[in-house]
Design a binder for this molecule. Sequence first.
Ligand code: MRU
Length: 303
Amino acid sequence: MFEPLIWDNGMLKILDQTRLPDEVFWICCKTYEDVASCIKEMKIRGAPAIGIAGGYGVAMADDKEKAIEVLKNTRPTGRDLFYTLERMKNSDCNPLDLAKQIHQELKERNRKIGEYGLSLLYDGISILTHCNAGSLACCGIGTALAPIYLAHSKGMDIKVFVTETRPRCQGARLTMYELSQAKIPATLIADTMVGYVMKNRLVDLVLVGADRIARNGDIANKIGTYQIAILADYHKIPFYCLAPTSTIDLNIEDGSQIIIEERDKNELGYNFDCLNPAFDITPNLLIAGIITEKGIYSRNPNF
Ligand code: MRU
């Protein structure tokens, strides 16, 4: 497991996830502007980890309001950043103490998510996950990877299929790295192979994270999640989403109201016109359940 964010002597150290797995490189952020650019450039990524970093960013600022404004305008889709910024804005506590508390709370929430998720696993199960919803994305034991870490620590026989997750390859670079470090059996597949592994009954369960969850249980998650959910539904493979309650946006009724971040077309790596939405929406109808630190909610939960 990894700790991608460390508060050290007035600085926030960020493990640069754009360099993994080739290089372990720490960036020392001394200002909220440093933190904002790390979030924008995806040196720190994953909705909960972005939220935690944002809290430390505000704690570094002399002008709290200004820092909140700058941090708000980094990545629009993930809910956790806005959750943290709202807490930082509305609290009279010492900002650094609050940022540390949010960090700690998240780790505890992840553990509970893992314990609820563990109830779905059994010896011999094969799980498919998309993108990276592990400790790099969330701190602690992650969200979608949390039950997998717990099952492995209990000696259960599990294996994991990991999608590459083009264009930024968080599955290939980050999830495979996390699982290999933990010695959890994992197999990498290209995003185009999901139908193949499902049709051939190589997968029993899908576990993914979320960047924002609407009140009706529609989720925004990494681009490609929607097509995995459709394939899982067709092949009658249960599809679960795991996320802390800080990812739930009670202000929005359904997924159509979630802003999808469009990233630079160059990320696709071709010199042609390209489309590059970073996330997509999976409707609640395709989701067997949403697992938070409070329990397992069935489809259409009406949070
Ligand atoms: O663009 P990223 O790497 O920040 O996107 C991350 C994801 O989509 C994760 O699946 C999501 O944040 C859930 S991780 C807790």
